[in-house]
Design a protein around this ligand. Structure first.
Ligand SMILES: Cc1cc2nc3c(=O)[nH]c(=O)nc-3n(C[C@H](O)[C@H](O)[C@H](O)COP(=O)(O)OP(=O)(O)OC[C@H]3O[C@@H](n4cnc5c(N)ncnc54)[C@H](O)[C@@H]3O)c2cc1C
Ligand code: SF4
Length: 347
């Protein structure tokens, strides 16, 4: 598969990038590492005539601040940098882990945090070559007009597949956007919409410039990822869990699921189960029941969907047990046990 022809513009300053995006309107897209955008262009899922490259804008790549005052991570920081930077790795290990399990080392060296939180939603009927999609008559996300997963549906159910988005959500991150109207800062929740096509709640001409993490302030967080292989693959389930403990009593909690819907999914009820309690195996089991409820995957990613739904509860349990310092037995580095690997292969 070859890239189609396009014009590449390489601004050195953010204001120039915003101006260029405005000048070229819907014909233009921004590109950071290009690890998602270029494959999508090869499959003709995106057909921009102009790309505005962000790699030459040095101001976008820094990481500033501390666990005490909060961290500011430039949208252009690579995933490798995010996973290895000392302040992130020491005080926000869940983010370091999520960034460190995206795809492969090569893609993490090119891929950026900004690109990761804006990454396109995915579906088995969409992430295919142009010819493959044409042979089944296309679908409404690109070139067609029905949904092939849910033919009666008027919307697209493609899946939010970012590893870092659920973690950033669980940590209470904010996102800075710069566009023709100036700068604005929004909670990361507001960056997402429950629609597989219009999955971002920002204007197309707004650039993500920075991701802000609040001070650690007693929060402890983790990320568990389910995928077929221990490397390379997108998540088919991501569980980000964060708790704030005083002694051994939970004072606040957030559990956010990735890859179960067109946006990351949080259940606020989890906090009701956990707050004021010690994180015992029984309390964790109850919280996992509640947290897994909004997991309603469809049959449009890898692995059978009822298995992915069933694994939500298992992964929430593991994440919370890890945060509570309880043992988690028989887990492979990929996050799957030998038995689970057998089970998902089916009869
Ligand atoms: C084989 C393979 C495996 C992968 N596995 C994973 C995985 O396991 N987990 C995962 O999360 N991702 C995975 N990815 C997707 C991708 O590599 C990562 O999400 C990566 O972080 C994307 O960042 P990027 O800088 O390369 O984004 P790009 O490809 O440059 O851009 C992605 C999208 O974000 C937009 N964008 C980029 N930067 C900005 C910005 N600053 N402001 C506004 N919009 C912006 C682009 O316009 C584009 O729509 C995989 C990709 C491949 C090819
Ligand atoms: S969910 Fe439906 S419309 Fe969306 S990409 Fe998949 S098949 Fe296409």
């Amino acid at each position: 598969m070859r890239l189609p022809a396009f014009t590449y513009l390489a601004p050195r300053r953010l204001e120039e990038a915003v101006r260029l995006l405005g000048e070229h309107g819907p014909e233009a897209m921004v590109v950071a590492g290009g690890t998602d955008l270029y494959p999508n262009m090869k499959r003709r899922q995106f057909e921009p005539k102009v790309l505005v490259g962000l790699r030459g804008i040095r101001d976008l790549a820094g990481i500033f601040g501390s666990a005490r005052e909060g961290l500011r991570i430039g949208a252009g920081a690579t995933l490798t940098r995010v996973s290895e930077q000392r302040e992130v790795a020491t005080h926000y290990p869940a983010l370091a882990r999520a960034a460190g399990v995206v795809s492969t080392p090569q893609l993490r060296n090119m891929g950026t945090l900004g690109g990761n939180i804006c990454v396109d939603t995915r579906c088995n009927y969409y992430n295919q070559s142009y010819e493959w999609r044409k042979s089944i008559g296309f679908c409404m996300k690109k070139d067609g007009d029905i949904c092939l997963v849910a033919p009666g549906s008027s919307r697209c159910w493609a899946v939010s597949s970012s590893d870092t988005a659920p973690v950033l959500w669980s940590l209470g991150a904010e996102v800075t956007l710069v566009g023709p109207g100036g700068e604005r800062r929004i909670p990361i929740q507001a960056l997402y919409q429950d629609d597989g096509i219009q999955y971002l709640g920002k204007a197309p001409d707004e650039i993500v410039t920075e991701i802000r993490l609040p001070p650690v302030d007693g929060w402890r967080a983790t990320y568990w990822k389910l995928r077929r292989r221990g490397s390379f693959d997108f998540p088919v389930l991501g569980v980000a869990a964060a708790v704030r403990l005083e002694g051994d009593v939970c004072r606040d909690a957030r559990v956010v699921l990735g890859a179960v819907a067109s946006l990351p999914r949080e259940t606020r009820e989890v906090a009701r189960v956990l707050v004021g309690e010690r994180l015992t195996p029984e309390v964790i089991a109850r919280a996992a029941d509640v947290a897994a409820k909004p997991s309603k995957p469809l049959d449009n990613t890898d692995m059978v969907y009822h298995y992915r739904k069933r694994m939500t509860r298992v992964y929430v349990t593991r994440a919370l047990r890890e945060l509570a310092g309880l043992p988690i037995e028989g887990v492979w580095p990929s996050g799957m046990t030998a038995r689970e690997i057998e089970e998902q292969r089916g009869p």
